[in-house]
Design a protein around this ligand. Sequence first.
Ligand code: PA5
Length: 444
Amino acid sequence: MIQLKLDGCERFVPPSAFKASLGKALEAYDVLDSETGPGNDFLGWKTLPDGIPASLLQEYESVRDDWYGLGVNLVIVIGIGGSYLGARCALDALNHQFLLPEGRPRIVFAGNNLSEDYLAEMMDLADRSNVACIVISKSGTTTEPAVAFRIVKEHIESRYGKEGAATRIVAVTDAVKGALKTLSNQEGYRTFVVPDNVGGRFSVLTPVGLLPICVAGYDICSMIKGAAAAKKAVTVRSEDNPAVRYAAMRNLMYSDLGKRVELLVTFNPRLTCFAEWWKQLFGESEGKDGKGIYPASATFTTDLHSLGQFIQDGERCMFETTIKVEKASRSVVIGSDPQDLDQLNYLAGRNVEHCNSMAALGTKLAHIDGGVPQIEICVEKIDEYTLGELFCFFEFACGISAYQLGVNPFNQPGVEAYKKNMFALLRKPGYEEATKAILSRIQN
Ligand code: PA5
């Protein structure tokens, strides 16, 4: 089970202040639990993963089996924000970091940017592959995935025909509304539903995350079990609840110590993208009304050689939350060298992970000395089960933390501003007034 360690904060916060913050976090827990806070029509994620019917998991497996049967070796997953980060980070954590999968398809992600080079190069890969596509958009109208899907759909139709496309394209979208739903009905695509009351960044345990993870060949039942185990721990009204304690400590860092940045640290590159998921979860949930901790991330020891100087010595604006993985999945032992010119024989016989954990401990102590409080979240290893635990832990912690901060965790009004300008600049029908206004602004 996930363990939260706060000893690295003790030098910075008196027990009485933490106790007071815990009281506030418990009040926030009550708001989330009683579903009386702002945004409470977006709490469907709280029912997960218990409410996932076995028949739904079988449907994911049937997509996987059909595509494996067709010899599909490339699945393009189209989506942005909450509609891709969960699956992306899970696959980055689980996949071999260098070898391409054998006997199961490679998964690539599109529609999460508007780079022409990215799309063109991905289509180079598609040209050489046996392709299927999962297109994910809750609203069904988001520009980035819509643009990518138009291109991928055309590619699939031109190679496999309309009928072939209907077996190779699956849509994950709203149950009834949106352009993607309408198109899916018209073209006969299989569809899965993003529940109305689950926002994108809380949707990893819906088809949004679970379908691509299943199609990639991973054990989603184990992920669900991990999430269920974590849910037991984070849905207890107690000062020992790790999600309550994490929320209490990070809010205390913000309110009493003026820490404006939380750096999510991992010492395992498999979790680099997990931090991207976490950044969206906390950034979109808390960054509003002029408030919020800026969620940043780093992968150590790599970034100790780029950001380490700033963290140790620069503006004292941050605290760190380290996801500590207790066990490596593989073993690489450092050998002995008769000449010892590199003077590493003192490490001979040691596993590389031993060095990694000493680096982690050394970093923790150095950063405490440098005025950077340390929160640790420990998991035994990286697998489907622990990823499920982490997803569930952070979702509940985020809901509690945002309510403690005093914001609605479940809206994202700030995301619209760039879209309005982009549509005006692209001269989207209906944006004529905005186009005039923006043109006069940029011409002056
Ligand atoms: O968390 C969110 O709500 C957002 O990041 C959305 O997931 C993202 O904007 C994509 O939206 P949609 O799934 O409607 O295309």
